[in-house]
Ligand binder design. Structure first.
Ligand SMILES: [Zn+2]
Length: 439
């Protein structure tokens, strides 16, 4: 057993001073106010581990590059496909490990990896058809990150269009073949510690309507998380309505895809009926504000979704930015811009979105709270940095002042996983160079 003393801590009861926590077997066995004594001291403000619910690890290679020229969502996608075409299982593993280490360095302890880079460049499966997925499992293990591997079904370039170019790497041909491959992934009934296998539907563009049910059935059979990109672009909605006579949310609803194990990623351009369907079904709405900003997607109705019953969670998606502190405040600040009024999201609610609601949406119940029985994930922030000094060292510090650079200590399941940021930077630099320069 290890005992920690938290100088300040954000708990389900609010921010408190002087908390002693006992950790045994990776979970909190005792949480109560007290003096430090012999306990290991964590000075500053400690919060639970953060959950990054939407990641494409390989997009990290695009940061600072897709922004160099003017472009659109679709030109960004061309550059993203360029990286996707270059990745071997080895490079994928190295890039994911460096990206995951970056996440841990800023206090992220669980990631939802939306993984669709399944096959060889010509579409032929690797001799182990899950070699690319296994590369991610290994990368997360090495980085000390808890992983929900959301194996993604991706079958079409658009509604009624076969996969094109690099997309042949993404496709299993049919949803049935997808399910067959996923069956063998990581021995999903008993995956290694800290790994959960979940499912994803890339989007209603990429999975035909009559194939959706097979993915939904797999997720139901395994009581697994099911994630889906939803209404990120107006063009996606228009194509869907033209083909199917209803919105992407409507199509998912008809396929039985909505519910508390499901996360709708982006949920940007929604009708009133879409918001009502997502809320009534308790579907999670995973917002990725820094990516949505970078791609010019628009601002989704976060507060309306929350009020309708859809828990809001957060993801860094394209990794233009990996900083859940920035994502948290962006949810509120974007609402302000859209509504020209302030005060939509209290800091407490944004912290819940970034912590236990997020972990829960990845299938990690009992993670993301400093409370007895919860996984011992602790992230400590420096409250005397140039960003955080004088801000009160409470939940508002975490949400409205801090950045990932203020994270000084990270524990996951009671294990020390704090990263050396200089080392992580060097590792990122090496692998991104290898991808673009081939050396
Ligand atoms: Zn995405």
């Amino acid at each position: 057993m290890t005992t920690y003393w938290l100088e300040r801590a954000w708990t389900p009861a609010g921010t408190v001073d002087g908390l002693r926590v006992d950790v045994e077997g990776g979970v909190f066995t005792k949480v109560e106010p007290g003096e430090p004594g012999e306990a290991r001291r964590l000075a500053g403000l400690t919060i639970p581990g953060l959950a990054d619910c939407h990641s494409h690890a390989f997009h990290r290679a695009l940061r600072g590059r897709t922004q160099r020229e003017r472009g659109t969502f679709w030109t960004w996608r061309e550059q993203m496909y360029d990286v996707a075409a270059r990745l071997t299982p080895d490079l994928y593993h190295e890039l994911a490990r460096a990206s995951y280490r970056e996440m841990v360095s800023v206090g992220i302890t669980s990631v939802g990896e939306f993984h669709y880079l399944h096959h060889q460049p010509d579409g032929t499966p690797y001799s182990d058809a899950n070699e690319m997925g296994q590369a991610l499992v290994e990368a997360a293990r090495e980085a000390g990150l808890r992983l929900a591997l959301l194996d993604t079904c991706y079958l079409a370039a658009g509604i009624g269009r076969a996969p094109e170019g690099v997309q042949v790497r993404f496709s299993d041909g049919t949803a049935e073949a997808w399910a067959e491959r996923v069956r063998d992934l990581g021995g999903h009934d008993r995956p290694p510690g800290g790994v959960r296998i979940g499912a994803a539907i890339h989007s209603v563009r990429a999975v035909p309507r009559d194939e959706l049910k097979a993915v939904v059935a797999w997720a139901d059979d395994h009581q697994a998380p099911l994630h889906v990109h939803l209404s990120e672009q107006v063009a996606e909605n228009e194509a869907c309505v033209a083909a199917y006579g209803t919105t992407p949310t409507g199509v998912l609803d008809e396929a039985g895809a909505l519910g508390p194990r499901t996360s709708a990623v982006h949920a940007t351009h929604l009708t009133d009926r879409d918001v009502a369907l997502l809320g009534a079904s308790r579907t999670n709405a995973c917002f990725c504000p820094t990516t949505e900003r970078d791609l010019g997607d628009g601002i989704g109705p976060s507060r309306r979704l929350h009020d309708a019953g859809a828990p809001v969670t957060l993801g860094s998606d394209s990794h233009a930015v990996v900083d859940l502190f920035e994502e948290m405040r962006a949810v509120e600040l974007d609402e302000r811009l859209a509504s020209r009024s302030r005060g939509h999201w209290p800091a407490d609610e944004l912290l819940r979105a970034a912590t236990h609601l997020g972990h829960r949406s990845l299938g990690f119940d009992g993670v993301g709270r400093i409370a007895v029985g919860a996984a011992a994930d602790l992230v400590t922030l420096d409250t005397a940095s140039v960003r955080t000094a004088g801000t009160g060292a409470d939940e508002c510090t975490a949400v409205f002042a801090a950045s990932g650079a203020d994270v000084v200590s990270v524990l996951r399941d009671g294990l020390e996983v704090t990263q050396d940021r200089a080392e992580v930077g060097a590792e990122l630099d090496r692998v991104v160079r290898r991808i673009w320069e081939g050396r």
